[in-house]
Design a protein around this ligand. Structure first.
Ligand code: GLU
Length: 602
């Protein structure tokens, strides 16, 4: 075999020494939908899903499987997730019949000034892309490893070492590069090539790994093994912590680098103080179901929940498609107005979570929807003050720009005991900050770009030292009669919220099966003048939504080549104990769903 070896990654071309094609590495088979018993996993990636299923088959529970799957995604989805990032873990505990959550969000360093995103030379914010996203300034204290450890200690049956083992083996063995991985690498090539350890790891020989080649990451395998043996202290204290501080302070520039690669504020002291937080989930009742989500510091649970409360009295299920879509878009805009006005890290901001999720507030907001006309955006925020009339007057608020993207990843896992995990994790941008910790095989996040760039006392998401930037991640679990019915979530920046909302309403109100609800084209109204929509949504609905006054514009941004919104992974619990596991049929190259005792496909 011809092997091009760099210190960080080994890429095998699949050719024998004689030049003849050897047995070309094959990716595992993957199915976007599976039905079976005894537990299930769905994620964007077949290797990761298989790792989770393997853990379940060996007697592990849903929490063990979720952590193992997440660690495997750190290998195969290194631009979306990994120990350099953070996330939110939602868990239904079958024994206690209760939903728990872990907030593993990155935090701002203790010395981060509130003008960190302002260029002193101009007094204006730095450009978002590429300067701010590719900088030490945007790196928050990672929470992912602490989340895995906390979940395993509270509810798992495996040690951290055992849960990380299959992912370490996968990193050693390598995975077959697909179009998505190559495409994401190419999208990042210009900035990755400017940072020495990142170019070494992800651009071996100066190019993105070829489709069909095997991508190995032995350094990440070693990191996982070390963390498994020594525990979280090896990350949050000790040599690795010092290396993280060093690389954030002085991102190693390649010769000829044009990016400023501004130094960040994160220190070993920040790392040593990092803690995950167990929080009570958000809960709303919709269509007779209990919908549980992630409370602040994520805006996911409050915004999805408020939108459902707005929709509840309007009965989407009784509407035709154009009316239902119009109503979904308007409810989403209203909930986003309230998200912008009221939601931030609750340790720093008084977030009216209970009122935002109250039936009364939802009903008051609901009557702002004109059944025939789209409101002029941005709509005003409401008053979640406990005093609700038939129709409340809005209060002016500033709708600050939101980012969207295909970064981040979501997974779901369930076991034979009835436990369920819905877990979204991220390093923010696809490729995070672009900064790899030298010799350790993983990228650091740029999550702090989720703060508003300009400091404004009235903004709940303003930069403050030690604070968690507001997230949109919306890992969700739906119970029916107190038992799991659905579990779902998605990547996609602020479009995560609309993707989860749209998938839920598709499934619950619009007569779609779960796979249909996931496959349906998406649109996202986040309180802006136009509606971001996937091209197939525009093709299908532009003509019927125009008369309401909706202007649809194609999704996709300058940074990513894809025009997709989200990448859902979900489970539905069927009568009789069966599980339907469902991932994307085509978005992000198609996801992978599997069950422990699979009935279909076989
Ligand atoms: N940083 C985003 C959030 O927390 C997730 C990144 C993405 O999905 O684009 O909401």
């Amino acid at each position: 075999m011809v092997a091009s070896l760099s210190a960080g990654a080994l890429v095998l071309s699949g050719l024998s020494a004689s030049g003849a094609a050897a047995s070309t590495p094959q990716p595992p088979a993957k199915h976007p939908t599976a039905i079976g018993f005894g537990g299930a996993v769905a994620s964007v990636d077949p290797e990761a899903t298989n790792v989770g299923l393997g853990v379940l088959r060996r007697g592990g529970n849903a929490v063990d499987a979720a952590v193992a799957t997440a660690a495997a995604l750190g290998v195969t989805e290194p631009y979306s997730a990994g120990v350099g990032g953070g996330g939110y873990f939602v868990f239904y505990n079958a024994k206690k019949h209760k939903v728990f959550t872990i907030d593993g969000r990155e935090t701002a360093p203790a010395t981060m000034p509130n003008n960190a995103f302002i260029d002193p030379a101009t007094g204006e914010p730095y450009r978002f892309t590429p300067e701010l996203v590719t900088s030490g300034v945007s790196v928050g204290i990672p929470g992912t490893l602490a989340t895995w450890d906390s979940a395993l200690r509270q509810w798992g049956s495996l040690s951290l070492g055992k849960a990380l083992k299959p992912a370490a083996e996968l990193a050693d063995r390598g995975f077959v590069v697909d179009d998505t991985f190559r495409g994401q690498t190419l999208d990042n090539k210009a900035r990755f090539s400017q940072i020495v350890p990142t170019a070494k790891l992800f651009l071996p020989g100066g190019d993105a790994p070829k489709v069909g080649s095997l991508f190995k990451n032995p350094e990440l395998a070693d990191t996982y093994r070390m963390l498994g043996k020594e525990g979280t202290s090896a990350f949050y204290r000790g040599p690795l912590a010092a290396e993280i501080e060093a690389v954030v302070k002085t991102p190693p520039k390649a010769a000829g680098a044009t990016l400023p690669l501004m130094p960040g504020y994160l220190t070993t002291s920040d790392l040593s103080k990092y803690k995950t937080i167990n929080r009570d989930p958000t809960k709303v009742r919709y269509d007779g179901l209990d919908v549980y989500g992630m409370p602040p510091s994520s805006s996911g649970g409050t915004t999805v929940g408020e939108a459902l409360n707005i929709l509840q009295p309007l009965h989407l299920d009784k509407m035709d498609t154009p009316q239902a879509l119009h109503t979904y878009l308007e409810a989403s805009a209203l909930a986003f107005a309230d998200r912008a006005a009221y939601v931030g890290d609750p340790a720093y901001v008084d977030v009216p979570t209970k009122e935002l999720l109250s039936r009364g507030f939802g009903a008051e907001r609901s009557c702002a929807i004109d059944p025939d006309h789209a409101a002029t955006k941005p709509v005003k925020a409401g008053s979640p003050d406990g005093k609700y009339s038939q129709c409340g007057k809005g209060v002016a608020t500033t709708q600050r720009p939101d980012t969207e993207g295909l970064s981040t990843t979501h997974l779901v896992a369930a076991d034979k005991w009835g436990n369920v995990v819905s877990y979204t994790l991220t390093i923010e941008q696809t490729g995070g900050s672009g900064i790899t910790v030298p010799g350790r095989g993983f990228l650091l996040n740029n999550e702090l770009t989720d703060f508003s760039a300009v400091y404004d006392e009235a903004d709940p998401n303003r930069i403050q030292p030690g604070k968690r930037p507001r997230s949109s991640m919306s890992p969700t679990i739906v119970l029916r009669g107190g038992r799991p019915f659905l579990a779902l979530g998605s990547p996609g920046g602020s479009t995560i919220i609309t993707t989860v909302l749209q998938t839920l309403t598709n499934r619950l109100d619009r007569d779609m099966t779960l796979p249909e609800a996931i496959a349906a084209p998406r649109a996202s109204q986040r309180n802006t003048a136009t509606v971001t929509a996937e091209p197939p949504f525009i093709d299908a609905y532009d003509a019927v939504l125009k008369p309401y006054g909706h202007t649809l514009v194609a999704s996709g941004d300058a940074f990513t080549s894809a025009a997709e919104i989200g990448a859902v992974a979900a489970l539905e619990f069927l009568p009789g104990g069966g599980i339907l596991a469902a991932a994307e049929p085509t978005r992000r190259g198609g996801g992978a769903a599997g069950t422990v005792k699979q009935l279909w496909p076989r």
